[in-house]
Design a protein. Sequence first.
Length: 95
Amino acid sequence: MERMRVEKMEMVDLSVCIGSVCHLAGAYNVVQSFTHLIEEYNLHDKIDFHADFCMKNCSKPGVSVSLNGTKYTITADEARNFFREKVLPACEAIK
């Protein structure tokens, strides 16, 4: 019997903090924006999108976001631009 070679698909890891401070800073709106943009660009197969309870970045104003392990702090108003400037290029770099 011939063995099938299974390759792990590389994915962009994108998470949003939903801890208390980030929740009050607009995490829900960031999650909604990212969800809509993932749908709009049909990126379900390239982005592992999830929420984290706390990213331990509470002293910075805004919502903590992690993209492939790098932490950023954004506002809900900046979510669309962040997605286009940071997340889309990361997706394009995937096979």
